[in-house]
Design a protein around this ligand. Structure first.
Ligand code: ASP
Length: 303
C-alpha cells in the first residue's frame, strides 16, 4: 500500500482551558506550521522518526511561546525545573530527564541518556553531571526567567507543554515530550511528560503518542500506554483508540488534557477533554494542518 511508505508527523504546543489571546494564538499557529514543515521535509528526505521528533521538540523548546525549554513556567519557589522524554518505537528504548534546572534543551539530554546509558531516566544533579560530560548545552535560571517573561508571565496560563510524534518512511515510530511542568508546582514535583507510558510512548506495533494537560491525570491512567495497548493489542484503528482513551480519562477520573498520536499505518489522531489543544500534523505526506482543538473533544466537569 503506497501510504505505508509515506511519512506522518504530529506536534503539539499544549492543552489548556483558557482561550489563548488571539495575537499569541496566531503566533503559535505560525510557529507550529513552520516546525511541521521542517519536520515533514526532513522525513521526506529520509530522516528517522527519532531524529525528527527530537529536532522538532528542540525547536519548540527554543520558542518562548511554549512552556518547555526557554519558555518554561516557574515552580512555587520561582525556580525552573524542566522535564522531557523521548522514545523509539522499533526498540522501545527510552530516555528521560526530570528536575533539571540548567539544561537548555532537555529533549537532547533525554536522547543522550537513552543512547549512552543503560538507564531510562536521570534526575536533578545526576542528570546535570551526565550532561556536563556529554557536551549538552546548559542554561542559567535567568535564561528561563527571560523566556518565561516574554509570554508566559503575563498570561498565567500554566499549560503549553510541547511534543512531537512521527512515523518515518521506513515505518518506524518515535515520540518526544518536553515541559516546564505545571505553573507553581511544588518543588520536586514530577509530571507525566517524562514518564514512559504516562505522557509519552512509542511502539512500532501500536502508536507514538505525546500527551499534555494535568499531568497527575495522565500518570494515574497510564494514558499513553493505554493508547498503545488499544492499537497494538486490541487491534483498534487510531481514531477509535483515541476516542476510547479520552472517554476513559474523563469517565474514570474527570481527567483534563489531550494528546496527539500517530499509529503504525501513519494515521494521526488527536483528542482532548480540555478546552484547547494547540496542535498540527502532516498525515501520509499530505499538506500541513494546524488547529486549536483536537479532532475529538469530550466534555468534562470543571473543577
Ligand atoms: N502535562 C504537564 C505536566 O503536568 C503540563 C502540560 O501538559 O501543560 O507537567
Amino acid at each position: 500500500m503506497a501510504t505505508q511508505h509515506r511519512y506522518s508527523i504530529g506536534i503539539h504546543g499544549g492543552a489548556g482551558n483558557r482561550p489563548t489571546p488571539p495575537a499569541k494564538a496566531r503566533l503559535i499557529r505560525e510557529s507550529l506550521k513552520t516546525i511541521l514543515e521542517e519536520g515533514g521535509a526532513r522525513l521526506a528526505a529520509g530522516a528517522t522518526a527519532l531524529d525528527t521528533v527530537v529536532h522538532c521538540t528542540r525547536l519548540l523548546e527554543d520558542d518562548p511561546l511554549y512552556n518547555a525549554g526557554y519558555g518554561s513556567v516557574p515552580n512555587s519557589a520561582g525556580r525552573f525545573e524542566l522535564e522531557a522524554c523521548v522514545m523509539e518505537g522499533r526498540t522501545l528504548k527510552a530516555g528521560a530527564v526530570t528536575y533539571v534546572e540548567y539544561i537548555r534543551n532537555p529533549v537532547e539530554l533525554a536522547r543522550q541518556i537513552m543512547e549512552q546509558t543503560p538507564h531510562v531516566m536521570l534526575a536533578g544533579h545526576g542528570a546535570g553531571d551526565f550532561a556536563a560530560t556529554n557536551g549538552i548545552a546548559t542554561a542559567s535560571q535567568s535564561y528561563f526567567q527571560e523566556g518565561w517573561s516574554k509570554y508566559g508571565k503575563a498570561e498565567n496560563n500554566g499549560y503549553g507543554t510541547v511534543g512531537a510524534v512521527a512515523r518515518d518512511c521506513a515505518g518506524n515510530l518515535a515520540a518526544a515530550t518536553s515541559t516546564g511542568g505545571q505553573k507553581g508546582k511544588r518543588p520536586g514535583r514530577v509530571g507525566d511528560s517524562p514518564l514512559v507510558g504516562a505522557g509519552t510512548y512509542a511502539d512500532n506495533a501500536g502508536c507514538a503518542v505525546s500527551c499534555t494537560g494535568w499531568g497527575e491525570d495522565f500518570i494515574r491512567t497510564a494514558l499513553a500506554a493505554y493508547l498503545d495497548f488499544l492499537i497494538a493489542h486490541q487491534g483498534l484503528e487510531a481514531h477509535t483508540a483515541a476516542r476510547i482513551a479520552i472517554e476513559y480519562l474523563v469517565a474514570k477520573i474527570n481527567g483534563n488534557g489531550g494528546f496527539i498520536l500517530v499509529d503504525k499505518t501513519g494515521s494521526i489522531a488527536t483528542a482532548q477533554s480540555s478546552a484547547y489543544l494547540h496542535c498540527g500534523w502532516i498525515e501520509h505526506g499530505a499538506e500541513p494542518k494546524t488547529a486549536r482543538h483536537a479532532s475529538l473533544q469530550i466534555a468534562r466537569d470543571k473543577r
